[in-house]
Structure formats: structure tokens, C-alpha cells
Ligand binder design. Structure first.
Ligand code: PLP
Length: 439
């Protein structure tokens, strides 16, 4: 397979300039400098072509620059680009109606539009405190919810996110997220691992640390993203919902990464047997235009005028892009995520048979994790090997990214085709083979 000589001269020059003026805090896995993209193909500034298995971390949900999305943005830009959330416009309302229609609630929904995932999470934290009059929260180890002060307090996937930033928000206790591949809790007779994780919350957290009556909400990713694309056992969410109901605690599903059709349903939690009270979304909602939303059951949205807001909320370009995105996902890509997602997981399971370094393949729809280990029995995470595979794949024209300690995440556009998956997996397998040989 052809190896590209990366980064090329134009990419190198831009990276040099970037170093001088852009915050060094951004994590950059490898030197890809984008020029343009179409669907699941992207080109760098030196003319090198890549297949994109990342979609800007689950953001370019309809593929890069889908013509209908581009047209919606262009048409809206010619009309008006901004009016501020002090006023009204029809696409904002239409988007609220659409989100209410697709929200995973058995009652209508109210949306607060944001500009990012972290801002959606902040809105959920504030609404939960306001509605319940309680101050405490439960989050999960391995969780990722963003980097603003409230959201980052819940984030517990790497200490880097906290180092140097204390004190964080007061009032968050973290529980173990039930990872079926790496269980850390003991299971009692008659229980499974999802049940054990919820029992831990009840006995160890509510029983020893924070009274249930003071907990406003549990904030949880239905499928952990940054933490390693971890799918919890089936029993986890129904038991968590029952616990929340018992103590009057709200259940907030952070679907920033797992939502908007990525799993083949609008929301990952719809596979997992529970109805949340609030859903946080962003990433894939507008095909790459910055937009997010905190979507709540109507009956809990009791905060008054002026209590929360933002300048760019309901930005017209973002709303225009989101409306077309929702339409495209509904018409074609939900189904594609199911079919191509299953195909990809099957193909990866076959690849796993040939490669002892793959310890686990998991996921739902097009949210798939491939975890690398040094030994399948001890399950020791193969961190340098995973990093090398990502690098070797890049050099061969495939964009992937890591998640968790030693997992590669596959989160392509929901429009990706089976033949593009075949092409990408061929590159990925070559990268795995080479990395296993120490190359
Ligand atoms: N929540 C989850 C589950 C995420 O995966 C992310 C980003 O990766 C966020 C929140 C934060 O989103 P943003 O980076 O848009 O603030």
C-alpha cells in the first residue's frame, strides 16, 4: 500500500505558523492539514487524499460539505446571518419543533440552543439545580462532558483535564461506569454487571457520601465516547432510571457524541431501555456548523425569563444546517448507520481473529471501538501500539483517532458506504499488521 510522505511542505508551513499563534492546549494527534472534503473523503493542502473514519469526531454527520447542507447555509447567509437570541426567527422555532419530535421523551420537549457540547452540559447542570432546588450530582469515571468549569468537573477520562484548574465546581461524585470488558466491581448472586454498578451508587455513594435527597441529577453518557466507546450492559440504564425515580433525581443523558443518529436511532439511550429527563446534544446536529442543544422534558423547564441565555443561541446559519441535517439523517442515514455499522463490526470481528493485539470490538451503529491489548488474558492496554496504528493508518491515507487508553474509535459520517468501509479497513489492517511486527 502506498505510503504518503506526511506532512507535505504546505502542511508543514501551516503547522509552523499555527504554533506561533494558536493555543498549544489543543490536542493534535497527527499533522493533517485540511484543504477540502466531500462525503467521507478529505484532502490535505498538499493534495493528499484520505478516507475519513472520524468525521471531525462524529461531527460531519452527513459527510463533508453535503450539497444540501451547503445550499441551506448559503441561502440563509443571503437572508441574514445573525439577529441575537433577544429576538425570534422561524428556523429556530422549527428546529425546536423538530427536536421535540425526535426527543426520547414521552412528553413534548423544550430546547435551549447552544454553541457546543460543553455549553449544552452547562445548561443541563443549571436547569437540574434550578428545577430540583438541589445542589449535588453524580457523574461517571471515564466520562467526558466538555471543558468549561461545570462540565469539566464531571469529565473524568484523563487527569490532564483537571490538572492546574482546581477548584472545580462543587458537588460532583463519580461512580464507576459499567465497562463489560473491564469490570471493576464485584457482582452478587442474582445480579449482573449493570445492576452491580447501580447498587454501588446506592450503597456506596448515596449510602455513605451524599444523601439522595440532595442529588439534583445523574449525568451520564449512554455510550462513553472519549472514555473508549464503551457500551454498558443492558440492565444498567433501567436500574439507573429506577434509582433516579426513587430519590427524585433527574437523569441527564449526554448524547453529544452518541446522539443525532450515530447509533442507528436518534439517541443511544433509545437502545438502552430508559427515558432520560434531559438530553445534551451538539457535534453531529448541524453537520459541522457549531450548534448544540439542551433538550428537556417540558414539565421540568421552570426557569424564568432571563435566568439563562446566550448571544449566539439559535444562530440562523446553524439552525438552517441542522434542519437539513435532521432531514437527511431521517431519510437515509439512520438506516445506513444500522446497516453499515453492523457490516463494519462484523468485518472488524473477522480482523480481530487474525490479530491477537485486538482485545475487544464493540459499539452500536457507527459508534465503534476497537481496543488493543498486549495480551488478551491480562488485557493490559497496548497504548504505544494503538498510537502507532493511528500513525501508520494516517501515513497510508486513513484518518482515525484514539479514545480511552488503547482504543481506536470509528465514528465516520453516517453516509459512509460499505465500499469505503472496506477500503478503510484494508488500510487499518495493514497498519495493525505492521505495528504488531514492531514497524
Ligand atoms: N459531551 C460529550 C459526550 C463529548 O464527547 C464532548 C466532546 O467530545 C462534549 C460533551 C463537549 O463538546 P464540545 O467539545 O463541543 O464542547
Amino acid at each position: 500500500m502506498e505510503t504518503l510522505n506526511l506532512p507535505g511542505p504546505l502542511a508543514r508551513a501551516i503547522i509552523e505558523r499555527d504554533r506561533a499563534v494558536i493555543s498549544p492546549s489543543y490536542p493534535r494527534s497527527y499533522p493533517f492539514v485540511m484543504d477540502h472534503g466531500r462525503g467521507s473523503r478529505v484532502w490535505d493542502v498538499d493534495g493528499n487524499r484520505f478516507l475519513d473514519f472520524v468525521a471531525g469526531i462524529a461531527v460531519a454527520s452527513t459527510g463533508h460539505s453535503h450539497p444540501e447542507v451547503v445550499k441551506a447555509i448559503q441561502d440563509q447567509a443571503e437572508n441574514f446571518i445573525h439577529i441575537s437570541s433577544d429576538f425570534y426567527h422561524s428556523k429556530w422555532v422549527k428546529l425546536g419543533e423538530e427536536l421535540s419530535r425526535i426527543a426520547p421523551f414521552s412528553e413534548p420537549a423544550i430546547s435551549f440552543m447552544t454553541n457546543s457540547g460543553t455549553e449544552s452540559v452547562e445548561a443541563a447542570i443549571k436547569l437540574a439545580r434550578y428545577y430540583t432546588g438541589r445542589s449535588q450530582f453524580i457523574g461517571f469515571l471515564g466520562g467526558f462532558h466538555g471543558r468549561t468549569m461545570g462540565a469539566v468537573t464531571f469529565t473524568a477520562s484523563k487527569p490532564t483535564y483537571h490538572k492546574g484548574f482546581y477548584p472545580l465546581m462543587n458537588g460532583v461524585v463519580h461512580a464507576p461506569f459499567p465497562d463489560p470488558y473491564r469490570p471493576i466491581l464485584q457482582i452478587r448472586a442474582g445480579e449482573d454487571y449493570g445492576g452491580a454498578a447501580v447498587r454501588y451508587i446506592e450503597e456506596e455513594i448515596l449510602g455513605k457520601v451524599v444523601p439522595g435527597e440532595e442529588v439534583a441529577a445523574v449525568l451520564v453518557e449512554p455510550i462513553q465516547g472519549e472514555g473508549g466507546y464503551i457500551v454498558p450492559p443492558d440492565s444498567f440504564f433501567p436500574a439507573l432510571r429506577a434509582l433516579c425515580d426513587h430519590y427524585g433525581i433527574l437523569l441527564i443523558a449526554d448524547e453529544v457524541q452518541s446522539g443525532m443518529g450515530r447509533t442507528g436511532k436518534w439517541w443511544a439511550i433509545q437502545h438502552l431501555g430508559a427515558e432520560p429527563d434531559i438530553v445534551c446534544t451538539a457535534k453531529g446536529i448541524a453537520s459541522g456548523v457549531p450548534l448544540g442543544a439542551m433538550i428537556a422534558r417540558r414539565s421540568i423547564v421552570n426557569w424564568p425569563t432571563g435566568s439563562h441565555g446566550n448571544t449566539f443561541g439559535g444562530n440562523p446559519l446553524a439552525c438552517a444546517a441542522a434542519l437539513v441535517t435532521i432531514d437527511l439523517i431521517e431519510k437515509d442515514y439512520l438506516q445506513n448507520a444500522v446497516v453499515v455499522g453492523e457490516y463494519t463490526q462484523d468485518a472488524l470481528s473477522e480482523i480481530m481473529e487474525r490479530h491477537p493485539s485486538i482485545g475487544n470490538v464493540r459499539g452500536v451503529g457507527l459508534m465503534i471501538g476497537v481496543e488493543f491489548v498486549t495480551n488478551r488474558i491480562t488485557k493490559e492496554p497496548a497504548i504505544p501500539l494503538r498510537d502507532r496504528i493511528v500513525e501508520l493508518a494516517f501515513q497510508r491515507g486513513l484518518l482515525t483517532l484514539g479514545a480511552g487508553k488503547s482504543t481506536i474509535r470509528i465514528s465516520p459520517a453516517l453516509s459512509i458506504t460499505q465500499s469505503e468501509i472496506d477500503e478503510g479497513l484494508e488500510i487499518l489492517e495493514e497498519a495493525i499488521t505492521l505495528a504488531e511486527k514492531g514497524s
